[in-house]
Design a protein around this ligand. Structure first.
Ligand code: ADP
Length: 536
């Protein structure tokens, strides 16, 4: 800890809350710029909704949500329409203030008119969401799962999931919501921070019982009841990968703004807490993503009335120590150096004729400065092998690794979803001034011109109107008023609009994919032309 500032650069910076230091020029930071903003309830709901527009079936693991206050009329209309078409539908909704945590300010309602509009709503934006009425129960109690996920790198995307997590239990037997029980938080909300205050909360030294258990203990129980636990895990892995795919486009915009390409800067990694609810039919539902999950391995115990002491919590210890230990192993600076050197050597081998001296020089450095390198390099195996194979522990004597790589391991199954990522790459290309996150009108015009999107049906005057319309609307509801211009979500909306206009009869995701190809083709041709001119 450096309460008075640092003198020397570090290999790993472990920040408590967020990426907030702009004087780090090397090493690795345990937070991504913009992650805290990205996982706020409204931003997450928006990012997932963009993906739901493109791939409704793939993203049906997130409850239908509306953003308040701006979508209140839409919420009222849609609920009325759904009720009209199915009079037997008796929904419940959950209202969650944006930026809240630990169940703070959350309440359930039966009808849109029950939303507490008095005063606070304008000042406190929120998400209202369909309430999952039929959760899976264990011992008659509702519970949720906290899973730890390591986002090891954004570019290339690398995701690891911890093999075990926590299950956090309610402390009152569950009943489907009725007007009478809507207010009973110990029955409906699984937050540890709330239920700890219930007289029924059970601290247990056993990971299979009590109000906080390991997820693996739940899986054992489900498996003994004949549930398809393998399918459940595979659904959870899909949910995690798809959620991160929804977050990456904006994270890339934040990243290039805080750590501009070509300038010295750190790389980032981050442990995320995924909160997941299982439905009765074992379908996992994403509740939220936590950018700063608690890593406490103790809990408070009341020794005698009014006297509290921190005592170890075996359940937390079992899950969290493994997550931190494996994260540190995966981001081990020594291993990173070896990997970089290995990449140099690999790329050098291919270019050996042209850059012979350079390669030799790096090869010497690798063996001189990193004594362990030799053995690791020999041991490395083929390039596409996952970095850590869970079947072999790299340090004998330690328990086997808990973090499992899921991306790029399963990338082939999910890469088709990464369309908005490609739109973000186009957006970043036209941002121009380094360090910004919003596109100016000139940048947008250049995008249209360079990608040859303007024609007799779509004049440059219409382009300007499109820019002004969309930008104004997004800025009027945006949280970030620091910069003016078009934010990524506004650009995505404009891009979808252009794609629909150009490729009328296709489904939206095909329209967007076709427009991306079209733009990339013209930009590549332009780059080629510039290269030739440059050479000339
Ligand atoms: P917070 O960040 O305040 O904990 P969450 O989104 O995690 O907010 O919601 C708090 C709790 O409310 C969850 O742990 C879960 O038990 C319950 N909950 C949240 N959303 C839903 C939902 N759509 N359906 C059913 N229960 C939910």
């Amino acid at each position: 800890q450096f309460p008075f500032g640092r003198r020397l650069p570090c290999d790993i910076y472990w920040h408590g809350v967020s990426f907030h230091d702009n004087d780090i020029f090397s090493g690795q930071v345990n937070k991504f710029p913009g992650m805290t903003e990205m996982v706020r309830k409204i931003t997450l709901s928006r990012a997932v909704r963009t993906m739901q527009d493109l791939f409704p079936l793939e993203y049906n693991f997130y409850p239908r949500s509306w953003i308040l206050p701006e979508e209140f009329p839409l919420f009222v209309d849609e609920v009325r329409m759904m009720k009209d078409s199915d009079p037997s539908w008796k929904p419940t909704f959950i209202v969650k203030p944006d930026g809240g945590c630990q169940g703070d300010g959350i309440y359930l309602i039966k009808d849109p008119s029950d939303i507490r509009l008095t005063g606070s709503i304008q000042s406190r934006p929120a998400v209202v969401q369909e309430y999952i009425c039929k959760p899976l129960l264990v011992d008659k109690l509702k519970f949720d799962i906290r899973l730890y996920v390591l986002l090891k790198s954004l570019e290339p995307l690398e995701i690891y999931i911890a093999k075990d997590g926590l299950s956090r239990f309610c402390t009152e037997p569950y009943q489907e919501p009725t007007l009478k029980n809507l207010h009973q938080v110990f029955m409906h909300l699984t937050n540890y921070s709330l239920n700890i205050h219930s007289g029924n909360f059970i601290h247990s030294d056993n990971v299979n019982t009590g109000s906080k258990r390991t997820f693996s203990s739940i899986l054992c129980r489900l498996s003994s009841r004949g549930a398809d636990v393998k399918k459940l895990w595979s659904d959870i892995i899909s949910l995690v990968i798809k959620t991160i795919i929804a977050l990456t486009p904006e994270l890339k915009v934040y990243y290039q703004s805080d750590i501009p390409a070509g300038k010295p800067g750190p790389t980032c990694f981050q442990i995320l807490g995924f909160d997941i609810l299982l439905m009765k039919n074992l379908k996992p539902i994403l509740l939220e993503v936590n950018a700063n999950p608690s890593m406490r391995i103790e809990h408070e115990q009341e020794l005698s009335p009014g006297v509290f002491e921190n005592v170890p919590s075996p359940v937390d210890e079992e899950v969290k120590v493994a997550v931190i230990r494996d994260t540190l192993r995966l981001v081990d600076p020594q291993k990173k150096k070896i990997k970089d050197v290995q990449q140099y050597i690999e790329s050098g081998k291919k270019k050996v004729n042209v850059r012979h001296n350079f390669v030799v020089c790096y090869r010497c450095q690798a063996l001189e400065h990193v004594p362990e390198a030799h053995e690791e390099l020999l041991d490395a195996g083929p390039a596409d092998r996952p970095e850590y194979d869970t079947s072999r522990s790299p340090e004998p004597g330690l328990p086997s690794l808990c973090l499992k790589q899921v991306f790029p391991k399963y990338s082939k199954q999910f890469n088709y979803l990464r369309l908005v990522d490609k739109v973000a790459v186009l957006f970043i290309r036209f941002l121009g001034v380094k360090g910004t996150t919003k596109l100016g009108p000139t940048g947008f015009r250049t995008f249209i011109r360079n990608c040859k999107l303007s024609n007799s049906n779509f004049s440059m005057a219409s382009v300007d109107i499109l820019y002004i319309d969309i930008t104004r609307r997004w800025n009027s509801m945006g949280i970030d008023h620091k910069e003016s211009g078009m934010c990524l979500q506004a650009f995505v909306e404009a891009f979808f609009f252009l794609a629909q206009k150009k490729y009328k009869s296709l489904p939206l995701h095909e329209q967007v994919a076709s427009l991306i190809d079209f733009c990339e083709y013209h930009l590549a041709a332009l780059d080629e032309k510039r290269l030739v001119c440059g050479r000339g």
